[in-house]
Design a protein around this ligand. Structure first.
Ligand SMILES: *Cc1c(COP(=O)(O)O)cnc(C)c1O
Length: 701
């Protein structure tokens, strides 16, 4: 089903918990041995909602078991990806426990309603600063536990890679929450260096300086030592060695240097090419040797203190992490042997997030937990250093995704739906065209024994109907009847397909073809660009009505006029699914049949990379963002960052809103004079135009 997976899902893991006692044994079976175990976890047919689509009632319907919130938990796998932060309460609403296992929670549905009353419209990005704090605590606790377990004679000093989320409020929180752990920042560019140097004020915390560097970058980073910072300049290109030597001579300050190694250990998945000899960044082993010689010749070899590697993001298999750390540990000890003053080992990013909660080496998951990761880092390096009698390095990780993902929740509303009409038309009075009679016959004959054959018949009759219409042998009304019958056949067949353990290849797309389309108040290009760019999966589910059976199966279409502006892959235990189970919209009243009760969906785990990579396609701007903190009495809104107004997004593409208004005013004036518009109409037009410019770029409901 769906796209190809890069791995087989299997391997259960222990939850990352701040409260587990005893450390779990580290690594797990290699990826290749997992296929069998996967069978055991394969799709539980009892979860199928087969008997329940009202769009396509089945004649021999089995009475459905009552739907409970536990049914929703299983369906949306919220315990898999959401623990310990997200769950479902008795009211059928999502609850957020921002402090994880440590108590306190709030009802997300009620929170959204309260925010709406404060004129904070959807889509709404809600950041829970307590979750951010919990992630930092968790990562540091895992390393502390691993260090204790292996008697590691060094310390851990993590840094946050700024590129994951550069928003000021978030970085401020991060620095504050990281203080007890001397948590630092990593910069991958000059502007990120500007952020790190100005925002970090934790004594002893590190500023890791990555990315392409010019003289100014290196000078600024070196001078920052004078401000009390500990900047480490990581040489990523061989040319940077000379720049660093020159800067040091000119300033009379010895920099702290590191080298980024191109490991030969292969990454996997989307970012697999971040490692290997042809990777974009880092020095090959011959280049590292050359850098050592250059530094030695300049009398600066003692400046070289750090070894860094980064084999890519979202490393889903622990075996890959282990291989990389093993190789890097050897390079580390060899550098020490060559006379470098080695003190730090920086294992980069890659610590993965379990987006689908399957605990496997699937690309949207990971087959290890944070504790396994910390254990492997600590154990491998300890062993390598002990063998050579080396002082154990300070350990650094640049975990971005694992820290920033969970704290953001994007809530958006459904504006409307489009569904396939799947009940057959009433039989006609007179004798119908043969093709229509054939379709009726096919429809009535569909059964578990012949559904595949029936599907091919129906498809062929429909094709013939279209072709007969083309030659003028079928009227438009007859063609409509034929098409409706075809869809009715498909719906009836789908009911049967859903009961089967095995779905024949030619029927695999049926679910997708028959899916409803839910139009959502959102631009994926702005709010979840990775779903579009790299098929990233984020968990998506309704925020409320979770005590009610979701009887529709749908794909999501966004507000942009782009056919890529959609989401049609969703997390599943087994691979991915092409439709998401959702509730039918409820009409507000009989009087205004087009008005619906609000229906909110939320996308989770999207706090890393999405915001800054989002773009202004169709000029949908930044969404409203709210920072929420738990208090003893409930919660507190810490910051409100209003989303872009139309005036602002138009400004980004060089329009002056005063000019635009003036233009419309002039044209209205002229239309008035030529009696093409009334004064009242002209006033309304201008009023709307001006109000829109200072309003939100999304639709208001
Ligand atoms: C992107 C990046 C990271 C962050 O990786 P995650 O997988 O998000 O933890 C860390 N270090 C470097 C050098 C990076 O480029």
């Amino acid at each position: 089903m769906g796209k190809q997976s890069t791995g087989v899902k299997a391997q259960p893991e222990q939850p990352d918990s701040l409260q587990t006692n005893g450390v779990q044994a580290s690594s797990q079976a290699p990826a290749s041995s997992q296929a069998k175990a996967a069978q055991a976890q394969h799709h539980d047919p009892s979860l199928d909602l087969s008997s329940s689509s009202p769009a396509a009632p089945s004649p021999e319907k089995v009475p459905a078991k009552a739907w409970t919130i536990e049914s929703s938990e299983e369906l949306y796998r919220i315990n898999g990806w959401g623990e310990p932060y997200f769950s479902i309460n008795a009211a059928g609403h999502i609850t957020v426990s921002p402090k994880g296992d440590r108590g306190g929670s709030l009802d997300l549905f009620e929170l959204v309603n309260a925010l709406k009353q404060r004129n904070l419209g959807l889509p709404l990005l809600i950041r829970f600063s307590d979750i951010l704090q919990d992630r930092i605590e968790r990562l540091n606790a895992c390393f502390a536990k691993a260090i204790a377990r292996y008697n590691y004679p060094g310390v851990y000093r993590g840094v946050f890679p700024t590129k994951c989320n550069q928003q000021r409020h978030l970085i401020e929180d991060l620095v504050r929450f990281g203080k007890p752990h001397q948590f630092g920042l990593e910069a991958g560019s000059k502007p990120e260096l500007m952020i790190a140097l100005a925002m970090l004020d934790t004594p002893g915390a590190l500023v890791i300086c990555n990315g392409y560097k010019d003289r100014e970058y290196i000078e600024t980073a070196t001078l920052a030592q004078r401000l009390g910072h500990t900047p480490i300049i990581v040489l990523e290109q061989i040319e940077e060695v000379e720049l660093a030597i020159e800067a040091s001579r000119n300033l009379g300050i010895q920099p702290i240097l590191g080298v980024r190694a191109k490991l030969s250990a292969k990454g996997i998945g989307r970012w697999g090419t971040s490692a290997g000899d042809r990777a974009k960044f880092g020095l090959t082993v011959p280049e590292i040797i050359k850098a050592v010689e250059q530094l030695k010749a300049a009398g600066m070899l003692d400046a070289l203190q750090l070894l860094h590697f980064h084999i890519g993001s979202q490393i889903s298999a622990i075996s890959v992490v282990k291989d990389a750390i093993r190789e890097a540990s050897q390079i580390y000890v060899e550098l020490a042997k060559l006379g470098a003053n080695m003190k730090y080992l920086d294992v980069g990013g890659g610590l993965a997030v379990d987006y689908d909660g399957s605990k496997t080496n699937f690309h949207a998951s990971k087959n290890y937990n944070m504790q396994n990761y910390a254990n492997d880092v600590v154990a491998e390096i300890k062993e390598a250093c002990e063998e050579r009698n080396l002082i154990a390095p300070t350990l650094i990780s640049e975990s971005g995704r694992a820290i920033a993902s969970h704290q953001s929740v994007l809530v958006f509303d459904v504006l409307g739906t489009s569904e396939v009409v799947s009940d057959p038309p009433e039989p006609a009075e007179e004798k119908e065209h043969l093709i229509i009679r054939n379709l009726y016959e096919t429809y009535h004959a569909i059964a578990a024994e012949n559904y595949q054959e029936a599907y091919h018949d129906a498809a062929q009759f429909k094709e013939e109907a279209v072709s007969l219409f083309g030659f003028g042998y079928l009227s438009l009304t007859e063609r409509a009847r034929a098409e409706r019958l075809y869809w009715a056949c498909c719906a009836k067949i789908l009911e049967i397909v859903r009961q089967q353990d095995y779905v024949p290849d030619d029927l695999e797309d049926l679910e997708k073809i028959m899916a409803s389309i839910y139009y959502v108040n959102l631009s994926v290009f702005q709010s979840a660009p990775d779903t579009w760019a790299i098929d990233q999966l984020f968990p998506i589910m309704p925020v409320h009505r979770l005590d009610e059976e979701p009887t529709r199966r749908a794909t999501l279409a966004d507000l942009t006029c782009d056919s890529d502006g959609k989401i049609d892959q969703f997390i599943d235990l087994w691979d991915v699914k092409s439709v998401l189970e959702l509730h039918p919209l409820k009409r507000k009243s009989e009087v205004t049949p087009s008005a619906y009760e609000p229906y909110y969906l939320a996308m989770f785990l999207n706090g890393a990379y999405q915001e800054i990579m989002g773009n202004l396609h169709n000029l949908f701007g930044d969404t409203n963002a709210i920072h929420i903190k738990l208090t003893p009495k409930g919660y507190q809104i810490e910051h409100v960052v209003k989303g872009d107004t139309m005036k602002e997004v138009l400004g980004y593409v060089q329009y002056d809103s005063e000019d635009l208004i003036e233009n419309i005013r002039r044209r209205s004036e002229q239309a008035l004079q030529e009696n093409r518009i009334t004064l009242q109409e002209a006033q309304l037009l201008l009023q709307n135009y001006e109000r829109s410019l200072s309003g939100y770029t999304y639709l208001s409901s």
